[in-house]
Write a protein that binds this ligand. Structure first.
Ligand SMILES: *Cc1c(COP(=O)(O)O)cnc(C)c1O
Length: 639
């Protein structure tokens, strides 16, 4: 079979299977026949698709460089609709008499443009906002689309926080204070007395139910948030004594983010519904049941209870939650409240894609090999050479052991000074060649020795990605979060290399070496060999939740360029907004430098060099131009 045959037999469909795009893409991402990743959107009853390569072309034509965070408005719009429609459907099916009102937790993506979109698309469902701090409350108060949408305030609240919320209530907005600690209640009561405004009060429950997953510590009795049952009883008594029990209208819990197992969700809802029923029995008017966040995203597409996945769909989530609530409340003959959820991750994750180009690669491959060793080669190198020559299918394990042994000996002798740099380099080359030959022959032997099973996976290339993991994918670094990653073009060609990604920070943690897989976690991904005359573009998908503001300025690589598109009726796309990423000037000011001061310091140095005749005046001018142009440029690699 020639290489041409292989190329012809490979199609976009093979790539789609290889990268699992249909599994994690949630119907939003797919490949076209040209081998490019496309974004799918529904326009009326028509499905339209937009190629990411067309978007990249548009970005380049507008003079912007990679990396770019691409936001796709339609996907956010669609996720908000799906969430609301699914709850409405589940309520209808279960005969629920209350309504659903979601709130978006601002901390999941605080970017002005995202909150603006959430409130614009959410307005038709009275979708509101959740605020966890004073700054977020300020955002919520200014951005909330109407008094019909809810504002839920979690987190610790000082007097100013409480005053702002009370003014909102005075203005006719439904702004709830969720009491997280007993001491907060007295601040709320004092300030409401002082301002003459009745507060809307909720309580946060510390559940005994716990959930599996990364963020499991947010829920459960060991959680740092929420009231114990005794504290709840105290809150009820305090309010009753003050004649303010009618202010207690909401019960809230948050089990943690990314709950992969539906059983944990059901259990928490059941426990909460029981609390709700008894709070009504205590005489609180209630009316709102807030189930927090936790609705997971299937990052690896496996549809399992693995931490990066979920073993339920949105419809199942909604119908399970509603079933449990209806069952418990009907049993206790309690009126059906408004159900609130605070889904953040599932609302915004899909809408953002990080696009970057690959700058270079490093292959773990032997260089040219001499026909025979030089005369004066050390004995250990002769031995290694012999291993290479005698390798066959029967002695693989033995040759592997020998090669490792001789290589270690050679390294030791190099340290002792008895082997030269050139001899060591030749030895490394022979060693790498042996490892490759062994890896290549593993496919042809029946029983692969255990020690050699993982050999193929260590023989990957390194692809240098023009981005910073710390800035753009902080969770990939901090908590080993897995994101779907793949090339966005050339997918009608078989990707014949395997690689891990290294970013352009000089930090050894600045890499991605875990990739989604339906059955496991992959330690490398298939990629195409770089071509000399075409950029290689890749995308990291499902990055809309939590990644943008958690990111940091490692190596002073700043915010990336951001581009927002809207897919239009004709199946084309409009650029609705472009936000220029940080310049070097910007990031320097974040760490308290004065860029102007730096320029003048450097200018003085250049002047000194002129004075001492080290450079000419003309050279000084050229050097200063380069310095000043750089300081105004992008922090990432520019071509
Ligand atoms: C973080 C947080 C959320 C969002 O959770 P997701 O899993 O992203 O939906 C909701 N409510 C509270 C109180 C939170 O702290």
């Amino acid at each position: 079979m020639t290489k041409q045959d292989v190329l012809q037999r490979w199609s976009s469909k093979d790539s789609a299977d290889l990268y699992g795009i249909k599994d994690w893409g949630a119907g939003y991402f797919d490949l076209n026949a040209k081998g490019e990743v496309v974004v799918l959107a529904k326009k009326g009853d028509r499905q339209v698709d937009v190629s990411l390569m067309d978007v990249i072309k548009g970005i380049r034509e507008r003079g912007m460089n990679m990396p770019v965070l691409l936001r796709i408005e339609n996907l956010l719009d669609n996720q908000i609709s799906l969430l609301n429609d699914s709850f409405r459907k589940a309520m209808k099916q279960t005969g629920y008499r209350g309504r659903y009102q979601g709130v978006f937790p601002i901390k999941v993506n605080q970017q002005a443009q995202v909150i603006e979109e959430v409130t614009r698309f959410g307005a038709r469902f009275d979708h509101g906002l959740e605020a966890g701090s004073k700054a977020e409350l300020i955002i919520a108060l200014a951005m909330i689309p109407s008094p019909q949408s809810l504002i839920v305030c979690n987190g610790y609240k000082d007097e100013k926080f409480v005053d702002l919320g009370l003014y909102a209530v005075q203005m006719g907005y439904k702004c709830f204070f969720v009491v997280e600690t007993p001491s907060e209640l007295s601040i709320i009561m004092e300030r409401s007395e002082a301002l003459g405004v009745e507060p809307l009060i909720g309580v946060r429950l510390k559940l005994s139910s716990r959930a599996g997953g990364h963020w499991q510590d947010s829920g459960g009795e060991g959680s740092i948030f929420g009231l114990t049952t005794n504290q709840m009883v105290d809150v009820i008594d305090t309010l009753r004594q003050a004649g303010k029990l009618h202010c207690l209208q909401l019960l809230h819990y948050h089990l943690g983010s990314q709950i992969p197992n539906i059983r944990d969700i059901r259990q928490a809802v059941r426990e909460t519904a029981r609390f709700y029923a008894d709070m009504v029995r205590e005489g609180a008017p209630m009316g709102y049941l807030d189930l927090g966040g936790g609705l997971a995203v299937d990052y690896d597409g496996s549809k399992t209870n693995f931490v990066h996945s979920r073993n339920y769909g949105l419809d199942e989530y909604c119908s399970d939650v509603m079933e449990v609530i209806v069952e418990v409340l009907n049993e206790h003959e309690v009126e059906h409240p408004t159900v609130i959820t605070e889904s953040g991750r599932a609302t915004v994750a899909y809408a953002s894609v990080l696009l970057f180009n690959v700058l270079d690669t490093n292959r773990f491959e032997p260089g040219p090999m001499p026909d025979r060793l030089p005369e004066d080669s050390p004995e250990m190198l002769e031995n290694l050479w012999f291993v290479r020559k005698s390798l066959n299918l029967k002695n693989i394990q033995e040759c592997y052991n020998d090669a490792i042994y001789y290589r270690e000996e050679i390294c030791e002798q190099f340290r002792l000074g008895t082997i030269t740099l050139r001899q060591r380099a030749l030895a490394d080359n022979v060693f790498i060649d042996i490892i490759h030959r062994i890896a290549a022959s593993l496919d042809r032997i029946k029983r692969v020795p255990r020690a050699l099973e993982s050999l193929q996976t260590v023989l990957h290339d390194i692809y240098y990605a023009n981005m910073s993991v710390f800035q753009s994918l902080p969770d990939a670094w901090a908590i080993d979060q897995i994101f779907p990653i793949m090339p966005v073009h050339r997918l009608q060609e078989e990707p014949e290399r395997r690689a891990i990604l290294a970013d352009i920070t000089c930090d050894s943690d600045g890499k991605i070496d875990k990739f989604p897989d339906i059955h496991d976690v992959r330690t490398s991904i298939p990629v195409h060999a770089l071509s000399a005359d075409e950029e290689y573009y890749m995308g990291v998908f499902l990055v809309g939740a939590y990644q943008e503001t958690l990111g940091d300025l490692h190596n002073l690589l700043g915010d990336t360029n951001v581009v927002s598109i809207r897919i239009n009726e004709k199946g084309g796309h409009d650029f609705v907004q472009e936000i220029e990423g940080d310049s070097i000037w910007d990031v320097l000011t974040y760490v308290e430098y004065e860029p102007k001061g730096l320029i003048s310091r450097f200018r003085n140095k250049a002047e000194d060099a002129v004075q001492s005749s080290t450079i000419t005046v003309a050279q000084r001018r050229q050097i200063m131009k380069a310095f000043e142009e750089s300081i105004r440029g992008y922090t990432y690699f520019e071509r």
